[in-house]
Ligand binder design. Structure first.
Ligand code: NI
Length: 188
């Protein structure tokens, strides 16, 4: 396994919609997945998309263990999503504040509360799963990457944008209060 460099906003690979994965048995694909997992852990991310290690393929990894970058996020098992699609289960939205390993700032944006994800795992086994709350937000964030979207595209109130340091100092308390009820309803 190897840690790969993470392209930053402005790199065209982040804006190109990714190609479907067609061969999960390709050793190069399995190496990519291993490297994404290691790169995500090293960077303390809650998820990572293949184009965030410079490879334009429709695969992402999500997973939250104990995490300094996101101390408030409920645990989310390490899951590889190959060719994922998202269906929202209803109209409920909530106002998150998100950062990204490819963007130096964070800010407010809306996410669907309840979603269903269809994908396969890294070995081609089908995945059909419901996610709610913060975990649903993480999946939507990664699938946005695979579609060539970045968090800033969804930040309607640009006055909410801040550096991580300033968010920790000035925004975190109000944010945690706001998302308390969402954390309660987060699945898994
Ligand atoms: Ni991101």
């Amino acid at each position: 396994m190897a840690i790969r460099p993470i392209p930053q906003i402005g790199d065209p690979v982040l804006r190109r919609p990714t190609d479907l994965v067609t061969d999960v048995d390709d050793p190069e694909f399995q190496r990519l997945v291993d490297d994404m997992i290691e790169t995500m852990r090293e960077a303390q991310g809650a998820g990572i998309a293949a184009n965030q290690v410079g490879v334009s393929l429709r695969v992402c990894v999500i997973g939250v263990e104990e995490n300094e970058r996101y101390p408030y996020k409920p645990a989310l098992p390490l899951t590889v999503l190959v060719n994922p699609t998202i269906e929202r289960l209803d109209d409920e939205r909530w106002l998150n504040n998100e950062g990204c390993l490819s963007v130096p700032v964070r800010g407010d944006l809306y996410r669907w509360m309840n979603i269903r994800v269809t994908a396969t795992d890294r070995y081609g086994e089908p995945i059909d799963k419901i996610y709610r709350g913060l975990s649903a937000g993480t999946v939507q964030h990664e699938v946005d990457h695979l579609d060539g979207m970045l968090v800033i595209d969804r930040m309607d109130d640009r006055r909410s944008i801040s550096t991580w340091d300033n968010f920790r100092e000035h925004g975190m308390d109000a944010y945690l209060e706001r998302i308390g009820p969402i954390i309660e309803r987060t699945e898994p």
